[in-house]
Every structure is written in C-alpha cells, then in structure tokens.
Design a protein around this ligand. Structure first.
Ligand code: 1HN
Length: 324
C-alpha cells in the first residue's frame, strides 16, 4: 500500500486527511488557501508614468561608464510598482528606454519574444538590421522585430540615439516558450536595404500621419489608426491616437493591458483613479480592467501598444464602454 493510501486509511478526522493530501501534493478544492475564481478581474498592477527626460539623463550618465560591449543593450526597463515585480511593465508587456552612442553597436541576437521600437531621437546613420534587412531608425519611426528574427542596432551618426522598446517577454515568461541566442559572428550580413516607406516592418511617422488623416473623427475630437502589424507580431496591437489640443480619448475597462507613449505634444491622463501629466517621450501604462481618459493640452500624437490580440484570440477579451 502506498504511503498516501496508508495515511488515508489511518485518518480519523478531515484535518488528518488534509495533512495526507498535502504530503501527496494534493489540495482539497473545498479547503484551499486562496480563492481561484473571482467575479471580475482584479489585477494588482498599477497605472504609472515614466519620464523620458529622466530616463535619457540616467542613460547618458550610465553611458559614461558602460559601453554597449559591456551591456549588450543599454536600456532602462520600466517596471510596474507592484509587489516584488522588477521587470514587467504590465502583465504581458515590458517596455524599455534604450540609448546608443555614436560609434557604438548593440550586437546581434534573437529570441522568441516579439519586439517593437518607437524611435525618439537621433540623427542620420542610426539603423537596425532585422534578419539581414537594414532599416533606418529615424525619429518618429515605429519598427517591428518579429519572434526569432536576428537583430542588432548601430549608431554611425554623430548624436546619441534614443528609442523605446516594447516586448512581449512577460507573456513569454508566463507561457514559457522562451528561446534566445547570440549570433556567433556578432554582426549580420546586410542582404537588403528596402525603402522604409514600403517595408512592412517599418511605419514612418509621415506614413502614419498621412493615413491618420483618412480616419473618422471620434467623439472626443481625436482620431485612431490601427497599424497592420498582426502578420509580423501577432501578440500585440499598435494603435496611433491623434489628439488636437483640447481633444480627448477614452475607453472603459478592458481585459487587455495597454502602454501609451506620447510621440509629440503634451497633455494629461486619468488612468483608473490616478492622474498624470505627460509630454513627448513619456510612457504611461494602463493595466487590465482600468478605464482611462487622455486629454491633449497641445496637438499630440500618441502610440498605444496593447495585448488585445492575444486576449481576443483566446476568447478572453471583454470591454466596457467608457464611463462618460
Ligand atoms: C531586447 O532584446 C532589446 O534587442 C531591447 O534591443 C529591450 C528588453 C527586454 C528583453 C530583451 C533589443 C529588451 C530586449
């Protein structure tokens, strides 16, 4: 007879049985420590905002002591201030500022996590190579680096370059399909240099602004444009939000989590019960099941990155209308 079976036979009370269950790595569904189901989402992640000016100053200072050879990537991860979390920006997405100095490069690697980048500042000569394809990184550009694509970054210009990375690493951590490796040769061979205006991995600011103009004006006075990124990065969506001064954008609670970046302009945001002001390059996050209202105080263009496609695909997307 197994030890568990012997314990079960010997039990004289329910409490005796609970001890035996635990020994067998079993737990009674009617006697568990924590509930496993609840009426509606109750994330512990909090709305938060990060300042580009602070991050840029911090990366500049770090750059005096630390090269990209030492670091692989000179980036600052924006972690959500919850519990002992020191990585996730929201449950499924990590966001980071990254800086690369003139003459530096960030060596080639690849991973199963998908990445996307919004370029903030830099001069001519900054580029990334994605699976042998050389793509310029110009301020305002939005670039995709799909799952398992080799990527390395270069700054052959004369000024520091800054951008924001969005990756679904926390989702990959939770589902556990993580693979990553460095390219032994460090640099990829450049095989193509496509026109960024037509390359499906690049969305230039000019292209976004032109396509935005064809979108309908929404109730708050702004416009939204969803980028066709799904074929390359299926887990996340990218939506640009154009808000003329005085316009606003709002949404009710959603099971999707979102991250916003202001690419230009300034304004204020109410995120759940917290309020922040924002300006160009600032990042703010909206964990799942928080409503929001964003208002521009000067003409603004924002990017919203969301895990909505993942929730939708799995049948977990639920959205409430805005409260207003
Ligand atoms: C990464 O690979 C890059 O390749 C940037 O530039 C940010 C944040 C977390 C994990 C991997 C890059 C990252 C990252």
């Amino acid at each position: 007879m197994s030890e568990i079976r012997a314990g079960v036979e010997a039990a004289r009370t329910l409490d005796d049985l609970y001890a035996v269950f635990a020994e067998g790595r079993l737990t009674a569904g009617w006697h568990k420590k924590r509930p496993s189901l609840w009426r509606e989402p109750r994330t512990e992640f909090r709305p938060n905002r990060w300042r580009y000016a602070d991050a840029a100053a911090a990366m500049d200072k770090a750059g005096e002591w630390m090269s990209t050879e030492d670091a692989e990537r000179r980036n600052l991860l924006m972690f959500n201030p919850v519990g002992d979390n020191d990585y996730d920006t929201v449950r499924t997405i990590v966001t980071a500022y990254q800086m690369i100095q003139p003459g530096e490069y960030a060596r080639s690697h690849r991973h199963t996590a998908n990445a996307m980048r919004l370029i903030l500042d830099g001069e001519e000569g900054v580029y990334t190579v994605v699976d042998g394809v050389k793509l310029p990184m110009r301020p305002g550009d939005f670039l995709l680096t799909p799952n398992w694509a080799w990527h390395s970054h270069y700054n052959e210009g004369t000024a520091k370059a800054y951008w924001i990375d969005f990756l679904d690493v926390p989702l990959v951590h939770r589902l556990e399909p993580m693979f990553a490796e460095n390219l032994a040769a460090v640099h990829q061979t450049v095989e193509a240099e496509p026109d960024p205006e037509t390359c499906p991995l690049v969305f230039t600011r000019a292209r976004v602004v032109a396509e935005m103009a064809g979108q309908p004006v929404r109730p708050g006075g702004g416009r939204r444009l969803v980028l066709p990124t799904q074929g390359h990065v299926p887990t996340l969506s990218v939506t640009y939000v154009e808000l003329p001064a005085g316009a606003s954008d709002a949404a009710g609670r959603s099971t999707a989590s979102r991250i916003f970046v202001a690419t230009s302009g300034a304004g204020v945001a109410r995120l759940g019960d917290r309020a922040f002001d924002w300006t160009r390059g600032d990042v703010f996050c909206l964990p799942s099941w928080h409503d929001f209202e964003i208002r521009a105080t000067s003409d603004a263009l924002l990017v919203e990155v969301s895990d909505e496609p993942t929730l939708r695909l799995l049948g977990f997307l639920r959205e409430e209308p805005p409260i207003r």
